[in-house]
Design a binder for this molecule. Structure first.
Ligand code: DGJ
Length: 720
């Protein structure tokens, strides 16, 4: 049991491996008492109780606060009584239960357990007696990970219609304000840059209103102590299992405590809650680490790799792929594709992926999304024939789709002009010359399911790249009534999740990779259906060091798609050595995205070696524990290094990258982490044997070649 209830003090104590999370029922309100390093349950916790009388609600640390009756901070939720327009509710403790395991979240992606022993769930029911509104707060605590999964479930048990105006997933009121906010922001082709800044009085607010989790702001907020670094100190993470618009806030009150909340963006959101209706919020994953940001990441990685991702590919090493996008863009034919696939097969590639441009009249990005039948000019013998020919080379065949989109210049649009998100009488703003299909509509989802399952049943496809290349504008649906128009953005996400659930269940053997112009939807919601993600459209080996470093703060390496591409690089024009490009891509879920037929014989030797190295180390890289050693976001940003250590610490692989050569470079030693300090390790390339303590305390001497864009790789194996 990891959840204890202290009847006398009315306190709940949730305990995991090294963490405690303590709540109290305080004069009927659900108060937050403590979250941090584990404390023994066998003691009186009641001194944590809060006794203030004046400004009671404005000072009380809470778990799911209301607005309008004394607490002037941002609330977790807001509900309107439709009859009189009032927005005052008061959620008071009603009952609670503790159940082994973790219940499913209907219609939404969420973490799960494989056996009831792995986690316990506390369900606390709060009630507003005046309206009959009931809110159930779910807290699942994973015993072996320092993780709490939280969500809220609303139910109208009363006799009058209600309207949800705000329904966040979780709030935690920290007792002090001595924190810095750490989060991931960016743009297309420079996703997941690590940002860190002190909190101050007022609100640090992260959000997006794009209808996707976005390149610009990942749905992740962490509070770290000012002295927390990669390996030491406290770090608290909040990550939303959701792929649409979100908000994450840290509000420092005049009383110097900090309220952190995360959930659906309340901007342009409302939801009708008629008598007997329910509403389930997305899940928020709260992680605690006392081993710095690295410890926070390893908790997220393990949870997401093993209890968020699903399906037959979850625990399998992923195939090395070759994708033709940067090789050909839209300009290809059957012969060209076959040539690339053939060279790939000879080099040891395991999967060939045909990207955009195979359907309709898609010679550029202005047309044909929605017309998912092969372009016979490019593929005269059809998709099935091409897939079989690729299979005959001894490798798998994968295909690109962008199912959620529609080009105005398409047969589908001409037939169903009302199938895209739009508002009557208003412009239909295009982005990349396309509109967003209205996935809040059942008929649109049926069409997509039939279209996809038709192709997947006919063509031997082992992998799908599920792309999505624009954000939502003019959010409205022709199918839903006026009162529900502010529900459409969320109904879209629910519709998308329903479609993904159906299609991944119908084709369980297919490996799905999500993509949204690179990392525009790199979020836990997508990882539930698709265990890997295309991390960024920027494939430059130097830019990628930052992007992959930042992404790894939350997301597991098995999910981080990383490809070797051509030089000069197509995004930034940089010339980097093939070795460095290979080493950076090998630090993720590895592949190639360039015209393989253009490799010289010398390059082919290097590529074969890279492929063999990755095959020999991919379980270590994809499933091992990640330790980041040097950050491209710190100091001069000239060096980046990370290592992967097997769970039993018997082997490790280390990557070191330096951007610019340094004249008179100082003598360098890299301090390693995660090894067994009592064991001896042999570095495979040099045969040199080191003590684990030596590598982690004194450090590994390194001397990178004095050129720009250098990279080094070291492989360690434990020896007796
Ligand atoms: C955006 C993706 O991120 C690229 O990899 C590629 O698939 C293009 N879309 C194709 O249009």
């Amino acid at each position: 049991m990891s959840i204890f209830y202290h009847e006398d003090s009315k306190m709940f104590h949730l305990q995991s491996k090294t963490m405690s999370y303590i709540l109290q029922i305080n004069q009927g309100y659900l108060a937050h008492a403590y979250w941090g390093k584990k404390v023994n349950n066998d003691q009186d916790l009641s001194h944590l109780l809060y006794h203030e009388k004046d400004d009671f609600l404005d000072r009380l640390p809470q778990e799911y606060p209301q607005y309008g009756s004394g607490d002037h901070r941002s609330p977790s939720y807001q509900v309107q009584l439709v009859e009189d327009g009032s927005r005052i509710t008061e959620l008071i403790y009603k009952e609670h239960s503790v159940i082994p395991g973790k219940p499913k979240l209907e219609g939404l992606p969420a973490t799960y357990v494989e056996s009831e022993e792995e986690a316990d769930t506390l369900i606390i029911t709060l009630e507003d007696s005046y309206t009959g509104l009931e809110v159930k707060l779910n807290y699942t605590v994973y015993k072996e990970l320092d993780v709490i999964a939280r969500s809220a479930h609303f139910h109208n048990h009363g006799e009058k219609s209600l309207k949800l105006l705000r329904a966040l997933s979780a709030t935690v009121d920290f007792h002090d304000s001595n924190y810095e906010a750490l989060y991931l922001s960016g743009a297309w082709s420079r996703e997941a840059y690590v940002q860190r800044r002190p909190l101050g009085p007022g609100t640090t607010s992260l959000d997006n209103k794009r209808g996707a989790s976005s390149h610009q702001m990942n749905p992740f907020l962490s509070l770290v102590r000012p002295n927390t670094d990669e390996n030491r100190g406290e770090a608290y993470g909040f990550n939303l299992v959701y792929s649409g618009s979100f908000i994450a806030e840290a509000e420092v009150s005049p009383f110097e405590n900090t309220r952190v909340s995360i959930g659906l963006n309340p901007f342009d959101f409302s939801w009708e809650l008629d008598v007997n209706d329910s509403f389930q919020t997305p899940e928020a994953i709260l992680v605690y680490s006392n081993e710095g940001i690295g410890g926070l990441s390893r908790n997220y990685h393990k949870l997401y790799r093993t209890r968020l991702a699903r399906g037959v590919h979850r625990d399998k090493v992923r195939p090395i792929l070759a994708n033709n996008w940067e090789a050909t863009y839209f300009d290809f034919n059957e012969e060209k594709i076959e040539e690339i696939a053939k060279v790939g097969a000879d080099l040891g590639i395991e999967l060939f992926v045909l990207d955009d441009g195979w359907f309709g009249k898609r010679d550029d990005d202005t047309t044909s999304l929605g017309d998912w039948f092969e372009d016979r000019k490019k593929l005269p013998n059809g998709l099935e024939n091409l897939a079989k020919r690729v299979n005959d080379l001894g490798i798998q065949f994968g295909l690109w789709f962008e199912p959620e989109m529609i080009s105005p210049d398409s047969e589908l649009y001409r037939k169903h002009p009302d199938w895209c998100l739009h508002v009557p009488g208003r412009r239909r703003t295009l982005a990349r010359t396309q509109s967003v299909l209205d996935l809040s509509r059942q008929d649109v989802r049926e069409y997509l399911f039939d279209m996809l399952s038709g192709i997947l049943s006919r063509v031997p496809i082992s992998y799908i790249k599920w792309d999505m290349n624009r954000f939502m504008t003019e959010i409205g649906s022709a199918q839903w009534p006026a009162e529900k128009q502010q529900e459409i953005a969320h109904r879209y996400m629910l519709g998308l999740y329903e479609l993904l659930e159906r299609i991944t269940n119908a084709f369980p053997k297919i490996l799905f990779e999500s993509c949204a112009s690179g990392g525009g939807r790199f979020d836990p919601g997508m990882l539930y259906y698709m265990p890997q993600t295309w991390t960024s459209d920027d494939t430059d080996a130097i830019e990628r060091q930052k992007i992959q470093y930042g992404t790894s703060i939350v997301y597991p390496v098995s999910a981080i798609g990383a490809h070797v591409s051509a030089v000069p690089n197509h995004q930034v024009g940089r010339m980097t050595p093939l070795k460095t490009r290979g080493d950076v891509a090998m630090s993720g879920n590895f592949g190639y995205e360039l015209d393989l037929t253009k490799f010289t014989e010398e390059e082919k030797v290097i590529v074969k070696e890279q492929i063999n190295t990755y095959k020999a180390n991919r379980s270590l890289i994809q499933q091992g524990d990640l330790y980041r050693l040097m950050s491209p976001f710190e100091g001069k940003g000239n060096e980046t290094s990370w290592m992967f250590v097997s769970e039993d610490k018997s082997e490790a692989i280390l990557f070191y990258f330096r951007v610019l050569a340094e004249p008179e470079a100082p003598y360098k030693r890299l301090i390693l982490h995660g090894l067994d300090k009592n064991a001896k390790y042999k570095e495979v390339n040099t045969g040199q044997v080191y003590g684990g303590d030596f590598l982690m305390h004194a450090g590994l001497p390194i001397s990178p070649e004095n050129t720009d864009y250098a990279s080094l790789v070291f492989k360690f194996i434990q020896v007796k």
